[in-house]
Design a protein around this ligand. Structure first.
Ligand SMILES: Cc1cc2nc3c(=O)[nH]c(=O)nc-3n(C[C@H](O)[C@H](O)[C@H](O)COP(=O)(O)OP(=O)(O)OC[C@H]3O[C@@H](n4cnc5c(N)ncnc54)[C@H](O)[C@@H]3O)c2cc1C
Length: 382
């Protein structure tokens, strides 16, 4: 068996794994990143493409740090660009009370976010592409980005700093007693002082072969990309849907049935295109079957969507943890093993800052991980 000796093996080539690899390599670690399909082949490549405040007080600091990291990444000439100013988010509904509740709760939880309610002629001036009869809460957040661009850019930075990125299937943890000493890929042992698992929704199967420890599950989403040159300037989302999704939890039995499944109308404009989404499904869907229901629902908010030419359909799995927040840090009772996964709907918006924390922990540096994000809060894998 050929043996190489990287200091750190990172498993997973999504936004979290590539960002962690970039930070670790920049800090001088010898890094190998192992990805089984291709970089950004999961949700990191097929998301809706908005860097957005997660509207969770525990995650707010991760979002703010991620904005700073993205400004650095934009300046690094690695293929990622984020605008200097947010496009603005509109939480919209025909239900006035729902919009007022959204604005009130956002203002209370995040007083630094300027919110305003608009309807009628005011809303038409603010966002002419919207259907009449809507109410909306406007918040000064939401940076549209090319969905996969940050992942590729961090992979570029990682390689520039000396990291090796390799494709390999069947990664399994290599252990000596309880200690994790590397990863076996395609029958080859990659020895390491530390292994960081950033495998999104597939993280539990790598950490716990028994299948008993499953704090992160796949929550599938479909996004339809359409031509919409005269579409909204704002990022649009249906008011109060986040609360409904959070209340449903990761265990909710979401069926492949448009009438039963949770659908969150979202629309993210980028140039002449718009990403229209999305579903929250427990099973992998047939994406084409969702095109019509998604566009129909979105057209009630933005009429132009109804006959917009379709450019593509994509589907991917959110790594949804049981409480909607990521698991970051050392895995209990497994020396040498670290995890950074479970970012749910917010991985593009908070993944880089989480990865920075995880990289610091791997390097033995101080890192202020909130207790609410502790990797051991759902018990230890067996
Ligand atoms: C429809 C949809 C829209 C979204 N929109 C947004 C948005 O607009 N803004 C936002 O912030 N977030 C959004 N998200 C969430 C965001 O996309 C995810 O939280 C984020 O991409 C997760 O990144 P990750 O690196 O943790 O996981 P992933 O992107 O899933 O990456 C994990 C990688 O690990 C690899 N892997 C798995 N197992 C192994 C193994 N055994 N060996 C080697 N490699 C392995 C996989 O192939 C994959 O490439 C959206 C999600 C969905 C589903």
């Amino acid at each position: 068996m050929t043996t190489s000796r990287p200091d750190v093996v990172v498993v997973g080539g999504g936004i979290v794994g590539t960002a962690a690899a970039a930070f670790l390599a920049a800090a001088g670690a010898r890094v190998t990143l192992v990805e089984r399909e291709g970089l950004a082949s999961g949700a990191s490549g097929a998301n809706s493409g908005v860097v957005q405040h997660p509207l969770d007080p525990v995650l707010a600091a991760l979002y703010r740090e991620t904005l700073d990291l993205y400004r650095d990444l934009s300046a690094a000439d690695a293929g990622f660009r984020m605008g200097a100013e947010p496009a603005g988010m509109l939480y919209a509904s025909r239900d006035e009370a729902a919009v007022l509740r959204t604005c009130e709760s956002l203002g209370r939880l995040f007083p630094y976010l300027a919110t305003e309610v608009a309807t009628g002629a005011d809303l038409e001036r603010l966002e002419p592409a919207l259907a009449p009869g809507l109410w909306a809460c406007r918040v000064g957040i939401g940076f549209p980005v090319v969905p996969a661009a940050s992942t590729y850019a961090y992979a570029t930075l990682a390689e520039r700093a000396g990291a090796t990125i390799r494709q390999g299937r069947g990664a399994a943890l290599a252990t000596r007693g309880d200690r994790v000493v590397g990863v076996e890929v395609d029958g080859r042992l990659l020895q390491a002082d530390a292994v960081l698992v950033a495998a999104g929704p597939w993280t539990p199967e790598l950490l716990d072969a028994t299948g008993d420890w499953v704090p992160i599950r796949a929550r599938w989403g479909v996004v339809v990309e359409v031509d919409l040159p005269a579409g909204p300037r704002h990022v649009l989302e249906e008011a109060e849907i986040d609360e409904a999704i959070a209340a449903a939890g990761a265990d909710a039995p979401l069926a492949f049935d448009p009438d039963e499944a949770l659908v969150d109308v979202s629309l993210v404009p980028l140039g002449d295109l718009a990403s229209v989404g999305s579903t929250f499904l427990a099973r992998e869907p047939e994406p084409d079957a969702w095109v019509e229901p998604l566009l129909l629902r979105a057209s009630a908010f933005v009429p132009g969507v109804a006959d917009a030419p379709i450019r593509g359909v994509r589907s991917c799995a959110r790594p949804q943890s049981l409480d909607g927040r990521p698991l970051i840090g050392p895995v209990p009772s497994r020396p040498g093993l670290f995890v950074c996964a479970g970012h749910g709907s917010w991985g593009i918006s908070t993944g880089p800052a989480s990865a920075r924390l995880a990289a610091d922990l791997v390097l033995g540096r101080p890192a202020a991980v909130p207790a609410a994000l502790d990797a051991g809060r759902f018990g230890a894998p067996t």
